[in-house]
Design a protein around this ligand. Sequence first.
Ligand SMILES: C[S@@+](CC[C@H](N)C(=O)[O-])C[C@H]1O[C@@H](n2cnc3c(N)ncnc32)[C@H](O)[C@@H]1O
Length: 400
Amino acid sequence: MGRRNKVKTMKAAGAGVPGAVDIPAAAAVAQVKNEVDEENDAVMMAAVESPMIVPSSDDVTLDTTDGEEELVGSDQTSADYYFDSYAHFGIHEEMLKDTVRTKTYQNVIYQNSFLFKDKIVLDVGAGTGILSLFCAKGGAKHVYAVECSAMADTAKEIVKANGFSDVITVLKGKIEEIDFPTTHVDIIISEWMGYFLLFENMLNTVLYARDKWLVPGGVVLPDKTSLYLTAIEDAEYKQEKITFWNQVYGFDMSCIRKQAMLEPLVDTVDANQIVTHSTLLKTMDIEKMTAGDASFSAPFKLVASRNDFIHALVAYFDVTFSKCHKATGFSTGPRSRPTHWKQTVMYLEDVITICEGEALTGIMSVSQNKKNPRDLDVTVQYSFNGKRSSASRTQHYRMR
Ligand SMILES: C[S@@+](CC[C@H](N)C(=O)[O-])C[C@H]1O[C@@H](n2cnc3c(N)ncnc32)[C@H](O)[C@@H]1O
């Protein structure tokens, strides 16, 4: 079965470029589970995709002419975009228009004013300042909006235009480097999640801020997140993206096939491609965890819910704001309403012929790449011994 969004879009890399906005239309997904009220209702946890858990622990090219940097905007070069991908409004447009994401934060803040009233808030990675504006409107005493990209200057303008300059202080700089004007904050709010949850490694920045400025008993929003794994039938798209390289106009380009296999695809998966139950890989408690906890190995057991073929593993995550009056959150799973995170697809070398009730088992290891900590190294060791096929292999992937 093919999928609709066949373009890999990277949240940061290249995404701050005109034309990179890529929001999957709600109507494009046949099976919608998260009934997020477009108007104002909170996305309650009951509506979050609840996997049948088997217990176990764009690409955009900027043209350059003969090495000269092309002027993209009035005073920005393509190199600026590479290093400062959050400076352009395009990536922020994509995130703001992700209503599952943005309305959940809005509802968390507006419907839980008891959390925010008279509190000092730190918005880690404020972007346009949207979360800070929600917090200010929601009753916070003061909000510090920290943003390292040039979007900080725009956020200042936005704060002023909306009459919140007395309540919101926008600070331009890296959380790890800024001169912070206060010693303590009561709440840390952030939208730090990357593809595969951990790509971009912004979680470490939130943990850094937590350890440095959050008062004992302070609140981190969101405070819980879980990473899940499932398996899909994906013959058509695997052929298009992977097998394609074996014979290109009669030439062997299988060396590129090897590279393509290494790179997980960020894409939307149709719910009817799912062959197995989902398994919980890892839960993170943002208020308690250490930076090292984001590197982990977890066993998985994926039990088939029908006779089918497995071509790929699919990872997705849920986010929870458990400190709300009623636990609130959202899922990025394939049975849920689509978000800009889509899902992360990792193709398997083997095609697994699986019968209902049989299990594909293995271990997934996730760690930051040593050279570039914003990249993720993923290793999957899997084995399968079924009535109609068997396989055992270790595969490596790199998200970059
Ligand atoms: C995913 S965006 C979220 C933006 C905004 N909070 C929202 O919800 O629309 C993350 C933002 O964090 C900023 N950022 C990433 N690392 C940072 C750091 N170490 N210090 C300050 N800002 C950072 C990025 O430039 C980006 O604008």
